[in-house]
Design a protein around this ligand. Structure first.
Ligand SMILES: NC(=O)C1=CN([C@@H]2O[C@H](COP(=O)(O)OP(=O)(O)OC[C@H]3O[C@@H](n4cnc5c(N)ncnc54)[C@H](O)[C@@H]3O)[C@@H](O)[C@H]2O)C=CC1
Ligand SMILES: O=C(O)C(=O)COP(=O)(O)O
Length: 533
């Protein structure tokens, strides 16, 4: 069956064609849907491609029973409810680099337009008021002015390069910007937004809209700027308190603004800021709207969604560690091993554990261990819960809800293996652990509850705990033989001090409850578990 993808916002035609060119993908281009229309059809799709118009709400995600991936042709993912996507196990990907230059150029254009009254000047010419327009629209020179940048990521950095070419001095606030990077970019590093805004002539915003950044430009901060300053926002509407901005402009402290984005889009016709006619430039969320940017993000999103649905490759996911083809090849055998260890933990381990600890012994550093840990957790939860619906995206949330802590650790102590993956359930003082490794490139389980075995990671197994005395393994073998169950492999381990043993028997078929009952009835067998991995 083909993977169906809904493209619900206008992305470039090349992107849609790229999806449909894949033999296993069927993409529908269906834009301008109302929320109700989207909810009515989303259940049929495994992939959804959006820009910023489609609102992917908890209601949409609840109806999206087959959805595996949402691709955002652009950067901001504030139109997608990430909590709900995590809960439903849907991967959210964006295309972070494709529209950087276009958006930086647009923000810069807004700054210049507001400073030089391009929009009011243009309107005056069209209205036949050339002389009046010339008199009314004297501008502000940017040369030598102080620019505050909030958010020095991709777009902020490109904006700064252009501002420096205009001989502006730059101060930046970004909690993730290091002093050495600031030095390299020749910007002053502010350690608070207030410090960046104090004495600034222009502020430009390039941060995502989050709980932390909402309203980051408010009345108090506008008051810190120089008289006659400009506010440029080509990031997200909610970043600026629009009422405070209007009041600051009305008071004469702030000269004006260049805005591409609004708290509510489209803004109401009577929006107070729209009544301004000096030092203003407004555009309808056009930052990424160039042919170049749309081609970039359209192709990127289509490739990412296609590759995920066709091969499981994960790129630019905001709720998952990335897994490109090379990384996938490097950790593929470990993902297989961790899936089996997770399932086996659920079958053999402790009930209602408090924690699942995944430890990495040896040079795991070069691998994406976060994904390995998540794979253990996902398979453990999938096999211990009967309600299904656990996957690699929602597993951490489900574990947290259950009070199960996922703990990861890297251990440098030498083991007899080059790399050893140990998974352990903890409940109070109780512990149950399994370990596995790669022998050559083949994943093997090498330890069950501190007893050393060597067994496959796939197949049907009979795992027996028994007293360490003669005849018991023979009796188990006879029981299987009588029931015509063929033994493929056998691994024995024993704990001499405690006088008990562990036998892992790989068999050719799943074991019936009747056979398991016979095995458990053998004198000396303390535990018998049939497992299919
Ligand atoms: N108007 C439009 O059409 C477009 C708007 N955008 C908006 O621009 C934003 C920035 O895009 P990029 O530069 O590509 O993203 P980015 O991820 O490269 O940069 C964002 C920067 O903000 C910083 N940051 C995060 N929280 C912060 C905080 N509380 N205070 C200060 N800095 C903080 C991060 O450290 C990062 O350096 C996007 O989130 C999106 O909302 C992006 C593309 C087009
Ligand atoms: O990439 C972003 O964050 C944008 O805001 C661009 O939005 P758009 O794709 O033009 O709806």
């Amino acid at each position: 069956m083909a993977h169906r993808v809904l493209v619900s916002d206008p992305i470039s035609e090349i992107g849609v064609a790229l999806l449909n060119d894949h033999p296993d993908i069927e993409a529908d281009f269906n834009t301008g849907l109302s929320p109700e229309e989207l909810i009515a059809i989303i259940g049929d799709y495994e992939g959804l491609v959006v820009r910023s118009q489609t609102k992917v709400t908890p209601e949409v995600l609840a109806a999206a029973k087959s959805l595996k991936v949402i691709g955002r042709a652009g950067v901001g993912v504030d139109n997608i409810d990430k909590e709900a996507a995590n809960q439903h196990g849907v991967i959210v990907m964006n295309t972070p680099t494709g529209n950087t230059i276009s958006t930086a150029e647009h923000a810069f254009t807004l700054m210049l337009s507001a400073a030089r009254n391009i929009a009011p000047g243009h309107a005056s010419v069209l209205a036949g008021e050339f002389a009046a327009g010339r008199k009314a629209n004297q501008g502000i020179e940017l040369n030598g002015k102080r620019l505050a940048v909030i958010g020095m990521g991709r777009i902020g950095t490109e904006f700064v390069k252009r501002a420096q070419a205009f001989n502006m001095t730059v101060v930046a606030f970004d909690p993730y910007l290091t002093q050495s990077r600031a030095d390299e970019l020749k910007v002053e590093l502010a350690d608070t937004p207030d410090a960046a805004l104090t004495g600034a002539d222009v502020v430009t915003l390039h941060v995502p809209l989050t709980d932390d950044t909402k309203g980051i430009i408010n009345a108090e901060r506008l008051a810190l700027m120089n008289k006659g300053a400009l506010v440029v926002n080509c990031a997200r509407g909610g970043l600026v308190d629009e009422a405070a901005l209007k009041a600051a402009i009305d008071s004469g402290h702030i000269a004006g603004c260049g805005l591409d984005v609004f708290e509510n889009e489209p803004p109401a016709a009577d929006h107070p800021l729209l009544s301004l006619n000096k030092f203003v430039a407004f555009t309808p969320h056009l930052g990424a709207s160039t042919a170049e940017a749309q081609e970039n993000v359209g192709i990127q999103v289509a490739e990412q969604v296609r590759d995920f649905l066709a091969t499981g490759e994960i790129r630019n996911a905001i709720n998952m560690p990335s897994l490109d083809a090379a990384a996938r090849e490097a950790i593929g055998p470990y993902l297989d091993l961790s899936a089996s260890l997770g399932k086996l933990l659920a079958k053999l381990g402790l009930s209602n554990p408090d924690a699942l600890r995944v430890s990495y012994h040896g040079p795991f550093a070069k691998k994406d261990t976060a994904l390995i840990s998540r794979t253990v957790l996902t398979n453990f939860l999938e096999s211990s819960r009967c309600d299904g619906q656990v996957n690699i995206v929602n597993a951490p949330g489900i574990a947290a809800q259950m009070g199960l802590e996922l703990v990861e650790s890297t251990i440098n102590a030498q083991t007899e293996y080059n790399e050893l993956l140990v998974v352990e359930l903890r409940k109070g003082e109780e512990r149950f652990r399994l370990a596995g490794t790669l022998i050559g490139s083949s994943p093997r389980i090498v330890e069950i509850d501190r007893l050393y075995v060597d067994t496959n990671i796939r197949g049907h197994f009979l795992i027996v705990r028994n007293d360490d005395r003669p005849g018991i393994v023979g009796a188990v073998g006879t029981t299987l033989g009588n029931e015509k169950v063929n033994i493929a492999n056998l691994s024995l381990a024993r704990n001499k001090t405690q006088g008990n043993a562990l036998t892992v028997i790989e068999v050719d078929e799943p074991l019936s409850p009747e056979i398991m009952a016979q095995v458990r009835a053998i004198p000396g067998v303390t535990l018998g578990t049939g497992v299919s991995l």
